[in-house]
Write a protein of this length. Structure first.
Length: 373
């Protein structure tokens, strides 16, 4: 009798366990962010997206410690999450070892796609090959052009040639073709190489422009390092001997602006590249040195990279390269604003700012709507 009761109890436990398993299976097949039931809510959702539960993306950026990086990563995360994706981000703050280690660890995880930002060495090429050999798509930003030789990879960048041209043309317009300038630039990064090519061409076409000194180091404290360097340079050139500074990165411009203000040398004007809320605050400063910057909205860069990656996961065609077009932001255009100008309300002055429908497919709009975004 006792044995019969034990068998009965065991049978009941087995049945209960099977019911639990059945419930879990039903929950798994119908739940998730982008799979299961959501495919019923979203018309024409690509199978490559619908079968993931959810789509998982990894964004790895080599440089960091600046607001442009923060905005880029925020833009990627915001766009991905609006689509119902899971988005992880990592900034190596300029540390190559950390950058490659982060990629290596992520390759062994279950990510459906990668965004690689500022991969500037041969090791990045090997990293991306390992990713694509696993059948995982990759979109890069401001990285080595050799990555374009790998099948299926899309290279994105700002239009660096136009960024440099917009800033330099404004410098020459306001300071004249015989200006004495400081050049803030660092070698070794693909976008910097492109910007420098335009700078050299500008000097060739305007032989009256004199480069007095140049400086540039990329680190996790670039602005502070630049501030110290520019402060030292200013002691060598009395007032009236420097007309302007061409800063090829906003981290350089921020440091230069601080040095000029502390030295009481705001007659020297800065023409920069890139923008952030911190940058706009400096540009709006009455009688401050920073008067113009050429830029692309960094949040939109992150968002467009995610859209391109989503299209790849969906099995849709994507271009081999894509350049984002910049605009020139001038103090004269924003100083009359009724309130402080930031990265959001800048669109009230520059209508195209912060918005783009590039690569935003109808199924992406439907996903956002289904996710309440």
């Amino acid at each position: 009798m006792k044995g019969t009761k034990q068998v009965h109890k065991l049978t009941m436990l087995i049945i209960a366990f099977m019911v639990i398993l059945s419930g879990c299976a039903e929950s798994g097949s119908g739940g998730g962010t982008t799979g299961g039931n959501l495919s019923d809510k979203v018309e024409n959702l690509p199978a490559g997206i619908a079968e993931k539960d959810p789509v998982k993306l990894m964004v790895v950026r080599k440089i960091g410690g600046d607001d442009h990086t923060a905005q880029f990563l925020a833009g990627a995360k915001q766009e991905g999450e609006a689509l119902g994706f899971k988005v992880d981000t990592f900034s190596a703050n300029g540390d190559s070892a950390k950058f490659h280690d982060a990629i290596a660890q992520a390759i062994d995880s279950d990510y459906d796609g990668f965004i690689i930002s500022h991969g500037d060495d041969p090791a990045t090429v090997q990293d991306v090959k390992k990713i694509t050999e696993k059948g995982i798509p990759v979109v890069t930003f401001d990285s080595l052009p050799q990555l374009g030789d790998i099948d299926g990879v899309t290279l994105t960048s700002q239009n660096d040639e136009l960024l440099a041209k917009l800033a330099l043309d404004k410098l020459i317009e306001e300071q004249g073709p015989e200006a004495n300038i400081l050049y803030l630039w660092v070698d070794g990064f693909p976008p910097m190489v492109r910007r420098n090519a335009v700078y050299q061409e500008t000097l060739s076409n305007n032989p009256g422009i004199k480069e007095l000194e140049r400086y540039g180091v990329a680190s996790n404290q670039t602005s502070q390092d630049t501030q110290n360097a520019v402060a030292a340079i200013l002691t060598k050139y009395p007032k009236g001997e420097i007309d302007a500074i061409f800063a090829t990165w906003d981290a350089f411009a921020i440091g230069a602006a601080r040095a000029l203000e502390e030295a009481g040398r705001t007659e020297v004007k800065i023409y920069g590249i890139d923008v952030s809320n911190a940058d706009l605050e400096l540009i709006q400063k009455q009688d401050g040195p920073w008067v113009a910057t050429a830029a692309v909205d960094p949040k939109m860069i992150g968002a467009i990279n995610v859209r391109l990656l989503a299209k790849k996961i969906a099995g849709e065609d994507t271009p081999a390269t894509y350049n984002l077009e910049p605009v020139l932001i001038e103090r004269s255009a924003i100083e009359g604003a009724s309130e402080a100008v930031n990265m959001v309300n800048l669109a009230d002055i520059i209508p195209s700012w912060g918005t783009s429908s590039e690569f935003e497919e109808d199924w992406m709009k439907s996903l956002k709507q289904a996710n309440g975004k």
